[in-house]
Design a protein around this ligand. Structure first.
Ligand code: PMP
Length: 396
């Protein structure tokens, strides 16, 4: 019999958080955890940030939900701010990352349809990618563990190796719509796209009239020290999925596009009951108020460098366990020589440090972007203390 009424797709975990404050979470039994996971890159302002909680409370008491068919001054305002600070001309709000990806896929297909090229419907996607759990998103992800038993999947995807530009270009044919790619793969193990790769994809899109669709659900929203990660590469996408940090913990995502790329998304082609509702927009506005404030991205860059430096200093003292650090800004991965899932559980249960495991034996550090030096020191102390006593299982 099931232990709880929840569908058991997640492990049963004993942290059971009931309260959060800043960079700390508190479990049901009062245990205090240092949260270097931030809900997997979601709580960019930490927990219970006063600007965010006040905005949500005030909006909830004013107008929580109204159908998009009545028009949305709140949506228009947040969309305009996103447009003002990005490559995009237009925005569709969603409730999650996967929905933002779905909207991005639809926008890319519809662009070619509007140009009279409905046959250009294939997106080229990449090894170790993660785009969410909806049918379109798992079809875009060439990984058996996410797809087995869910067939038939959505046709229209071809798969290339991440960071293999020549391999990706070789797949272009008359049915290609474009590329769907994460600038920094999160779930895949903090794998950073090379500049040659992303810039090469951009160039190929320009040459062949294809759509460059970026999935910045995890890497975007200040996490790398830029508003969006593609700014690190000096390129812009045609279409982009964003989520996670955009609502700071409120379920919110967005599909952003240039006017040209979105030319097919005309009246009646797409929609969402909740997407962009006033409560979500209030959360989105509050997050932007904080992260677009002077010095915020510089803070992320500085903290990212501090954390990376501290981790790099620590590695030689525990080189039986740790291999390298990778990533950008506060999207960092510590590569282990042993199974990272067990080590992440050990950090959580024995050292009250919350991190996230990812592919390739990576411990992901995706802290709230508001962390300071003291949190970094505490994190590295906990990691070192854990490494001193950790005994890897023999089958690791
Ligand atoms: N894309 C990327 C890059 C992600 O990291 C995730 C979530 N981990 C998603 C899409 C899916 O987002 P959500 O879980 O909000 O649907």
């Amino acid at each position: 019999m099931a232990i709880t009424a929840l569908m058991p797709v997640y492990p049963r975990c004993e942290v059971r958080p009931v309260r959060g404050e800043g960079v700390y979470l508190y479990g049901e039994d009062g245990t205090k955890y240092l949260d270097m996971a931030a809900g997997i890159a979601v709580n960019c302002l930490g927990h219970a940030h006063p600007v965010l909680t006040k905005a949500i409370a005030e909006q909830a008491a004013t107008l929580m939900h109204v159908s998009n068919v009545y028009g949305s001054p709140q949506g228009e305002h947040l969309a305009q701010r996103l447009v003002d600070h990005s490559f995009a001309d237009t925005v569709f709000f969603t409730n999650s990352g996967a929905e933002a990806v779905e909207c991005a896929i639809k926008t890319a297909r519809r662009y070619h349809f509007a140009n009279g090229h409905a046959e250009r419907h294939n997106l080229i996607t990449f090894s170790n990618a993660f785009h969410g759990r909806t049918m379109g998103a798992i079809s875009a992800t060439n990984q058996a563990k996410m797809r087995d038993g869910f067939e038939p999947l959505l046709p229209g995807f071809k798969y290339a190796e991440f960071n293999d530009l020549a391999g990706a270009l070789a797949l272009i044919d008359d049915n290609t719509a474009g590329f769907l790619v994460e600038p920094i793969q999160g779930e895949g193990g903090i794998r950073v796209a090379t500049p040659e790769f992303l810039q090469g994809l951009r160039k190929a899109c320009d040459e062949h009239g294809l759509m460059l669709v970026l999935d910045e659900v995890q890497a975007g929203y200040g996490r790398t020290g830029k508003f969006f990660a593609h700014e690190l590469y000096g390129i812009t996408p045609d279409i982009m999925a964003a989520a996670k940090g955009i609502g700071g913990g409120f379920p919110l995502g967005a599909c952003l596009a240039t006017e040209e790329a979105a030319k097919g998304m005309v009246f009646g082609t797409h929609g969402s009951t909740y997407g962009g509702n006033p409560l979500a927009m209030a959360a989105g506005e509050a997050v932007l108020d904080v992260i677009l404030d002077d010095g915020f991205f510089e803070h992320v860059t500085k903290m990212g460098e501090r954390l990376r430096g501290a981790l790099e200093q620590m590695i030689p003292n525990h080189d039986h366990l740790f291999e390298e650090v990778r990533g950008r800004g506060l999207m960092l991965g510590l590569k282990l020589k042993v199974d990272s899932r067990r080590f992440v559980a050990f950090l959580r249960d024995e050292h009250q440090l919350l991190t996230v495991a990812a592919g390739e034996n990576i411990v992901r550090l995706l802290p709230p972007l508001v962390i300071d030096e003291s949190h970094i020191a505490e994190c590295v102390e906990k990691l070192s203390a854990a490494a001193r006593v950790y005994v890897a299982a023999s089958d690791d």
